[in-house]
Design a protein around this ligand. Structure first.
Ligand code: PMP
Length: 355
């Protein structure tokens, strides 16, 4: 086969999700709860009454944006809906970053900021977190001075470390920066902070949210961003048309109409996260990092071996082979209390056989 791939992307590998068979899935920070019965029934009834799926979806997701605007207390014109926040990360970069322009983001963090920056021809630049994984805000200021980036990503709570960047520090950083700060709050529902409250004072902030985590719709690919209308208009210029299916838009809207169920699930997960944290903290040979998300990062003696043994037992967690900053770390998605018990029991059985 001729080599057609762009010369600057030759070392880019296709994204491969873990496809090992499993009993318990704790590797991708999904919700352990299926779509609420009420939502499934309503969707089924609407589908049987006539699907309308022969027609393109509403390209502007008008109904869903209205529901999100009520949920987030912002104007519908301050919202863009995307096929997961993944798509919106790419749309933001494509809209704002010129070829050769720098994009800053923390490290370790979510991998797509760097990948989409490269694809757009920008220069990805990592700002290392501190040793305890706290944000090094001074590191960001220094990198801004040095590289004059157009765009900065802040992931809060950060994936995979679970820590946040405090709102006062975020506000100060945003006000002292002439480019755009994109705050990825994919896990925002699991902590009590949101940068959405900064949008009025900071016209250069974009907040990214998703229905894939707390809302439990990872399979339907719905995300959204919130920003000042002027910035939304600029980013919208790049958004592909008809990017979110009608079915996904409607399901997300129905989930927002059933937030009583979702809120209850979120508090269950937070309680389980705290329980799992306490239990893991008392296990010898495990260091657990505090987390404001629906996952916990642990450091162990031999992450590869523990990962293999957990996989053999049908428990999928996330490992980070080859990443020096995350050497011997595993990321565990908080599951149902039954899942968490099985995970804890299995881990405790495995640990004595590890060097
Ligand atoms: N941001 C972060 C920090 C994530 O961890 C993820 C998914 N793992 C995403 C964005 C993308 O989520 P989605 O496209 O499902 O909204």
């Amino acid at each position: 086969m001729n080599d057609y791939l762009r010369s600057d992307l030759k070392d880019l590998k296709p994204y491969r999700a873990n496809v090992a068979p499993y009993r318990i899935k704790m590797d991708a920070n999904e919700s352990p709860f299926d779509m609420p019965d009420r939502v499934r029934k309503q969707l089924a009834e609407e589908l049987l009454a006539g699907s309308g799926l022969n027609l393109y979806p509403d390209s502007d997701a008008t109904g869903l944006r209205k529901s999100i605007s009520e949920y987030c207390n912002v104007h519908p014109d301050e919202i863009i809906v995307g096929a997961g926040s993944d798509e919106l990360i790419q749309v933001i970069i494509n809209a704002l970053v010129d070829r050769g322009e720098a994009v800053l983001y923390p490290s370790p963090s979510f991998g797509m900021y760097g990948i989409f920056t490269r694809i757009a021809g920008g220069i990805p630049l990592e700002v290392a977190l501190k040793e305890d994984f706290c944000y090094d805000v001074d590191g960001f200021y220094k990198a801004i001075e040095l590289y004059k980036p157009k765009l900065i990503f802040i992931c809060s709570p950060n994936n995979p470390t679970g820590n946040i960047l405090e709102l006062n520090k975020l506000e100060e950083l945003t006000k002292n920066f002439s480019g755009v700060v994109a705050v990825d709050e994919a896990y925002g529902e699991f902590c009590e902070y949101s940068a959405v409250e900064l949008i009025e004072q900071c016209p250069n902030i974009v907040v990214l949210k998703t229905f894939s985590k707390a809302m439990g719709l990872a399979g339907l690919r719905v995300g959204y961003l919130i920003a000042n209308k002027g910035l939304v208009d600029q980013i919208n210029a790049v958004k592909p048309p008809y990017n979110v299916s009608s079915f996904s838009q409607r399901a997300a809207q129905l989930v927002l109409e059933n937030m009583d169920i979702i809120r209850d699930r979120i508090s269950k997960i937070i309680n389980e996260r705290e329980r799992l944290y306490t239990e893991l903290n008392s296990v010898g040979g495990v260091h657990v990092y505090p987390s404001k998300a629906n996952f916990l990062l642990i450091r162990v003696n031999d992450a590869d071996e523990i990962y293999e043994k957990l996989t053999e037992e049908g428990i999928l967690v996330r490992n980070f082979p080859g990443n020096q900053l995350l050497k011997d770390c595993l990321r565990i998605t908080v599951g149902t209390s039954e899942d968490n018990d099985i995970f804890l029991k299995t881990l405790k059985q495995i640990l004595p056989s590890i060097r």
